[in-house]
Design a protein around this ligand. Structure first.
Ligand code: TTP
Ligand code: MG
Length: 349
């Protein structure tokens, strides 16, 4: 197999960074995003800014514990809509750099940049980081290596704002003293069993006979573990298009039954969602309107159009007609719109 060049990108303190992008006054401060943003309530930390991490705060820690460690931190509720929107922008930038881009989650992706026509790897990575910084005011850490396993490890080695290359000839040296738990699929249970075998580091794991690993962990896992410990990973970067949708919704400060106002808001939300659909080159077929009433009862009405469209003149009338199907006995807490059943629009000729 020819040598591949794989790039892994992982955004730094992603949820916190998006909050700072929108509220620059939080920059440089300890910031904790989690739950409903109230550290007296139950809930866990989704992420913490690097300033907050200095107090030992990390993902999955109870909010109360985070508060105990740093009472002066700013606590914010999770705003998935905002992070999803930022994520879409990041991913759109990445997809412009390589047609072989695999989105793993909101804040990470693999790019296969083996094709030399795409550019020299290090320059490409710098260019990606610069665009993310300049266009979105966010920072990312990038790893470049001959495969996905190593690229992901590399992106984590110099966070935040890192850029790390693992060259083929450096693999065994880089892996030698890393804890075995850094490898894919090695969780706490496997880690404990490896310790019983006297294996703590990836180097030690690499020197453990594969037969012994197969005996303890079974054929597939034992063999995979052995390969990974040598830094071998043949898994391809698989461009995967999530079944996506474009949606926008708002929760009102005060519940309302003012229909002209609600219709006006729906119009604005539909325009926003439609604009993003257009910008990203999609057409959609299904329009859904969602309403949550004051008692939290949530109703959706959906309509599927006869053909894919990216025309506001198709989408808005559908949304308006759906709006007219709702009952207005109760006040409304939230209204939202979704455009789904998407296809990528063919390039205009
Ligand atoms: P990560 O990439 O693991 O973390 P991060 O981006 O906040 O920080 P960094 O990469 O610089 O170490 O996760 C991405 C986002 O996913 C994170 O911002 C919040 C969310 N998340 C949770 O909601 N719960 C979790 O337990 C973790 C790990 C992440
Ligand atoms: Mg991250």
């Amino acid at each position: 197999m020819p040598e591949r060049v794989i790039l892994h990108i992982d955004m730094d303190a992603f949820f916190a960074a998006v909050e700072i992008q929108q509220h620059p006054e939080y920059a440089g401060k300890p910031l904790v995003v989690g739950g409903r943003g109230n550290p007296q309530e139950r809930g866990v930390v989704a992420t913490a800014s690097y300033e907050a991490r200095q107090y030992g705060i990390h993902s999955a820690m109870p909010l109360r514990e985070a508060y105990r460690r740093c009472p002066q931190a700013i606590f914010l509720p999770v705003d998935y809509q905002a992070y999803a929107e930022a994520s879409e922008k990041v991913m759109a930038i990445l997809q412009g750099f390589s047609p072989v881009t695999e989105i793993i989650g909101l804040d990470e992706a693999f790019l296969d940049i083996t094709d030399t026509a795409l550019g020299e790897p290090l320059e490409l990575a710098k260019h990606i980081k610069a665009r993310i910084k300049n266009e979105l005011d966010l920072t990312a850490s990038i790893g470049i290596a001959p495969n996905k396993l190593l690229a992901k490890m590399a992106s984590d080695m110099q966070k935040p704002d890192g850029l790390t290359v693992i060259k083929p000839e450096e693999i065994s040296k880089v892996l030698e003293n890393m804890p075995a738990s850094r490898l894919w699929g090695i969780g706490p249970k496997t880690e404990a069993r490896l310790k019983q075998l006297g294996v703590r580091t990836i180097g030690q794991l690499a020197r453990t006979p594969v037969e012994q690993l197969i005996e303890v962990f079974g054929e597939a896992f034992g063999r995979a573990m052995h390969e990974h410990a040598q830094g071998i990973d043949h898994s391809p970067v698989e461009p995967y298009h999530e079944p996506r949708s474009f949606s926008r919704e708002v929760t009102f400060q005060r519940d309302t039954r003012n229909l002209p106002f609600l219709r006006q808001i729906l119009y604005r939300l539909t325009k926003d969602a439609w604009q993003r659909l257009q910008e990203e080159g999609y057409q959609g077929k299904t329009v859904t309107v969602k309403i949550r009433y004051e008692d939290f009862v949530t109703i959706t009405h959906a309509h599927t159009l006869p053909a894919f469209t990216d025309s506001f003149d198709d989408i808005w009338p559908a949304a308006r007609a759906l709006f007219n199907r709702f009952e207005w006995k109760k006040r409304v807490r939230l209204i939202g719109i979704r455009i789904s059943s998407l296809e990528i629009k063919e390039a205009e000729r």
